[in-house]
Design a protein around this ligand. Structure first.
Ligand code: MG
Length: 381
């Protein structure tokens, strides 16, 4: 079997899909994207495709090595995400060729269902109680919310209290048996993370995510040591080498994105590395259906997987949603807040190719907002 064609599709709301075709008619799908930077990833996939056409798609590891390292310069979000989407598509082809779901090729399922969490609120969340209640009624046992919106560099007491008050409200609505996680999006400084996290401890969040930006990873140990709240990070880290320092700093949860951190192949290695630190895996996935399908395949096969993010109802998806490009959207029906084990060969979804081709004609130009502080200076989004 040989790869004959690699195509990319820029589809709303903010995704990029790739489709890899073979001379035996087996087709694999992947989702190589950086949110807000889809076009450069598309260009990278097109360049990497030169290495793939004419090759055996089943030599996934060899392709990963060549695509990641063969250009001399390596790493970073664009190249790593291009490799990630291609890697997903190659695993999809392998599963369809061998007639098995990807998790079976990874050693078989280690669990029968996967716990999911739902997003509540947007970047500047309001009506938090209503949003949480709706997700509880939908069956979820865990939610995630932004800890704060735009946050000044050097927060006031009022800014710190606002984080505590919203988290307190979340705990009140959820009661004592359900969980919430707080995503800081790197919006606070190391000093403010150390101020606010101890104040949140009695509320027992499941984890505090990205308390500081990845550029400050060398100071993460100080954040970890300031609190008993489990610290999570990793959506802006792209390889096992980049996860090693945060593991050494003492994080509790690593969050590689299947579409950024080298795909299924590298995420499995990151999970194994995390296991040596007694650390959980909770893949980042505010993305589309192929990224979620890849995440779930890893979740079913990975012992230290904790919980899975998904993008149904997420505030970013306005023009299109997770289920719009699937022939059978019921694969992502969650029962009691858990995903069921996919049994179809490959990634376990059937992409609606006609819908994808139509959507690509319109394309998208999604960009994240640029935020500014009250004094006009740049603010982290
Ligand atoms: Mg996050």
């Amino acid at each position: 079997m040989k790869i004959t064609r690699v195509e990319t599709f820029l589809v709303p709301p903010r995704w990029l899909f790739c489709r890899i075709e073979t001379d035996e008619g087996v087709v694999g799908w992947g989702e190589p994207v950086v949110e807000g930077r889809a076009e450069p990833v598309r260009a990278a996939v097109n360049v990497l495709a030169e290495q793939l056409v004419g090759q055996d798609p089943l030599r996934i590891e060899d392709h990963w090595q060549v695509l990641t390292k063969g250009g001399f310069y390596r790493g970073g979000p664009v190249l790593s995400s291009a490799v990630a989407g291609i890697d997903q598509a190659l695993w999809d082809i392998a599963g369809k060729t061998y007639g098995a779901p990807v998790h079976a090729l990874l050693g078989g399922n280690v669990r029968d269902r996967v716990r999911m969490y739902a997003w509540v609120g947007g970047d500047e969340p309001t009506e938090l109680a209503e949003a949480i209640t709706a997700q509880v009624e939908a069956g979820f046992t865990a939610v995630k919310m932004n800890a704060t919106g735009r946050f000044p560099s050097g927060g006031s007491l009022g800014d710190i209290r606002a984080i505590v008050e919203r988290a307190t409200l979340a705990r009140e609505v959820l009661g004592q048996s359900r969980d919430f996680a707080l995503d800081f999006h790197g919006r606070v400084t190391v000093a403010d993370a150390r101020r606010v996290l101890p104040l949140l401890e009695e509320l027992q969040p499941l984890f505090a995510e990205e308390p500081v930006v990845p550029e400050n990873s060398h100071r993460l140990r100080g954040v970890v040591e300031a609190t008993t709240i489990p610290i999570a990070t990793g959506e802006r880290l792209y390889s096992r080498s980049e996860f090693l320092p945060v593991l050494q700093a003492g994080v509790t949860v690593v969050q590689p994105d299947l579409s950024h951190a080298g795909g299924i192949s590298e995420t499995r290695r990151i999970a194994a590395l995390a296991e040596t630190y007694g650390v959980h895996l909770a893949p980042h996935c505010p993305l589309g259906p192929i990224a979620l399908a890849a995440s779930l395949q890893v979740a079913f096969a990975t012992p230290n997987h904790l919980i899975q993010e998904h993008s149904i109802g997420i505030h970013y998806n306005e023009e299109a949603g997770l289920l719009d490009y699937l022939v059978d959207p019921s694969v992502f029906t969650f029962v009691d807040g858990y995903a069921r084990r996919p049994e179809q060969p490959g990634l376990g979804i059937e992409v609606d190719e006609a819908a994808v081709r139509r959507a690509d004609e319109a394309g998208h130009a999604w960009r994240n907002p640029i935020w500014r502080h009250d004094d006009g200076s740049f603010a982290e989004w």
